[in-house]
Write a protein that binds this ligand. Structure first.
Ligand code: ADP
Ligand code: MN
Ligand code: MN
Ligand code: MN
Length: 407
C-alpha cells in the first residue's frame, strides 16, 4: 500500500544558486574585510599586505552566494517548548547541504536551557529547508547540544526518540487564530453564532476577511520549503483552522511539523494575529478544542496487518494508556472529555469510523483486510510531534509481528 500521493521525500526544491555578485559589492566586501584585518592606509595600498587575495580568489568569491541561515530550535520551557530562531550569514557556492552547515551557539540562560554563569549551548543542524520568504533564505532545524557539541541537552527530545523510515505519520494540526485576546471573528463581548457552519465553511460570515489569506500564504511557504503539507481546512469553531503534514519516519515528519509551526508563527507578525495552540482555549464551553491527530502506519501494518495483529496492537495501546497521555500535550483532560468528538482521556477505546474513540479505524483499513493506517485522535495541538511519534512506535514495538514470533 502506498500513500495516496506516492510522495518521494528525497526530492526537495532547491533554489538555483545566484550568479556572480556585482563588482561594486565585491569591492565593498573586500574593503570591509581588510578594515577588519588592519586599518587600510591611504590609497588602498593592497600590495602592502600579505593577505591580498589573488585574482582566482576574487573570482571564486564572486561565484559565492551569501545565504541567510535561520537556525531554529526548541527552548527549555515546560510543559511546552517555544520555537526560537536566529540568523547567521554564510557563503556557499550553491544551496547548502546539511553536512555543510556548521554548529553554532546561543545563550542558554535566556531560554531556560542553562545557568547564567555557564550559558553556552550548541546548535546542531539536523534538517534544512529553503525559506521562500527571504532572498537566499534557509531554514535550519537544530538540536540543542551541551557545550561539548556531542551530548544532547536534556531539553532535546529529538536526540533520543525512536525512528523508523518505514513508519509513516500524518499529523493534523489544529489551532486558533487570536486577536485582542479572543478567537479571530469573536465579538468583543459574548460569542458569535454557535458552531455548525464554520467547519470547512466559506464566506465572510463564517471565515472573515483575513484568515484565509494567512492560511494560503502559510501553505505556499510550506510547499516552497519542500514540506509535505497535505491540506488545510477551516475547523469547527470560529477562528479555528487545521493543516496536515505527512512524513516517512518520525524525525522527518516531526521536523517538518515544527518548521510548519515556525512558518505559521512568523507569518502572524505580518498580519498582527496570534496563534493559540492551547488545546481548549475557550475552557469548559461548547466550543471545540484543538487536537493534533496522529495518523500512523508501519510497513507491517500496511503490508501484512490482519485482525489478530490489530487486536493485539489495540490491547498494547490500552495497556500503555498513561505513557501516551503523558506526551500527547498538556491539559488534555480539559479537551478529552468525551464530548465534541473526543474520547475521555483516561479510557482507551477504538472504533471503525468512530470520531468519539481514542483510535479511529478508517473504513479502508477493514476493507483492506485490517491493513493500512490508524488515527490516534488523542494528541493535542500543543503536543510535541517528536515524542508523540516515538511513543506510538514504542507501543507498536511491544507487539510481536509474525516474523518476530517465528524468529
Ligand atoms: P480527518 O480530518 O478525516 O481525520 P485528514 O485528511 O485531515 O483526516 O488527515 C488524514 C491524515 O492521514 C493525513 O495527514 C494523511 O497524510 C495521513 N495518512 C494517509 N495515509 C496514511 C498512511 N498510510 N500512513 C500514515 N498516515 C497516513
Ligand atoms: Mn483533518
Ligand atoms: Mn480536524
Ligand atoms: Mn483527524
Amino acid at each position: 500500500m502506498t500513500h495516496p500521493d506516492g510522495l518521494d521525500q528525497t526530492v526537495m526544491p532547491r533554489p538555483a544558486a545566484r550568479g556572480p555578485a556585482p563588482v561594486a559589492r565585491l569591492v565593498d566586501w573586500h574593503a570591509k574585510c581588510f578594515k577588519r584585518a588592519r586599518p587600510i592606509v591611504a590609497g588602498y595600498a593592497w600590495g602592502n599586505f600579505l593577505s591580498v587575495p589573488t585574482f582566482e580568489m576574487i573570482q571564486q568569491r564572486g561565484s559565492m552566494t551569501k545565504y541567510k541561515l535561520e537556525y531554529i530550535w526548541l527552548d527549555g520551557y515546560t510543559p511546552t517548548p517555544n520555537l526560537r530562531g536566529k540568523t547567521q550569514i554564510k557563503e556557499f557556492a550553491s544551496f547548502p547541504t546539511l553536512e555543510q552547515l556548521p554548529l553554532w551557539g546561543f545563550d542558554g540562560s535566556s531560554t531556560n536551557q542553562a545557568e547564567g554563569h555557564s550559558s553556552d549551548c550548541v546548535l546542531k543542524p539536523v534538517a534544512v529547508f529553503p525559506d521562500a520568504a527571504r532572498t537566499n533564505g534557509v531554514l535550519v532545524m537544530c538540536e540543542v547540544m551541551m557545550p561539548d557539541g556531542k551530548t544532547p541537552h536534556p531539553s532535546n527530545k529529538r536526540a533520543t526518540i525512536l525512528d523508523d523510515p518505514d513508519a509513516w505519520f500524518g499529523f493534523e494540526q489544529e489551532y486558533f487564530f487570536y486577536k485582542d485576546g479572543r478567537p479571530l471573528g469573536f465579538p468583543e463581548h459574548g460569542y458569535p453564532a454557535p458552531q455548525g457552519p464554520y467547519y470547512t465553511g466559506v464566506g465572510y460570515k463564517y471565515v472573515g476577511d483575513v484568515a484565509r489569506k494567512l492560511v494560503e500564504e502559510h501553505l505556499d511557504l510550506c510547499l516552497a520549503a519542500g514540506i509535505n503539507h497535505e491540506g488545510i481546512n477551516a475547523e469547527v469553531a470560529k477562528g479555528q483552522w487545521e493543516f496536515q503534514i505527512f512524513g516517512k519516519g518520525s524525525k522527518t515528519c516531526a521536523d517538518q511539523m515544527w518548521i510548519a509551526r515556525y512558518l505559521l508563527l512568523r507569518l502572524t507578525e505580518k498580519y498582527g494575529i496570534d496563534i493559540e495552540f492551547h488545546c481548549k482555549p475557550l475552557g469548559d464551553t461548547d466550543w471545540n478544542g484543538s487536537g493534533m491527530h496522529c495518523n500512523f502506519s508501519t510497513k507491517y501494518m500496511r503490508e501484512v496487518g490482519g485482525k489478530e495483529y490489530f487486536e493485539k496492537l489495540m490491547a498494547a495501546f490500552d495497556k500503555n494508556l498513561m505513557d501516551h497521555i503523558a506526551v500527547y500535550g498538556p491539559d488534555n483532560d480539559k479537551r478529552l472529555t468525551g464530548k465534541h468528538e473526543t474520547a475521555p482521556w483516561n479510557k482507551f477505546s477504538y472504533g471503525v469510523a468512530d470520531r468519539g474513540a481514542s483510535i479511529r479505524v478508517p473504513h479502508s483499513f477493514i476493507n483492506n483486510g485490517y491493513k493500512g493506517y490508524l488515527e490516534d485522535r488523542r494528541p493535542n495541538s500543543q503536543g510535541d510531534p517528536y515524542q508523540i511519534a516515538s511513543q506510538v512506535l514504542k507501543t507498536i514495538a511491544t507487539v510481536p509481528t509474525d516474523a518476530k514470533a517465528a524468529a
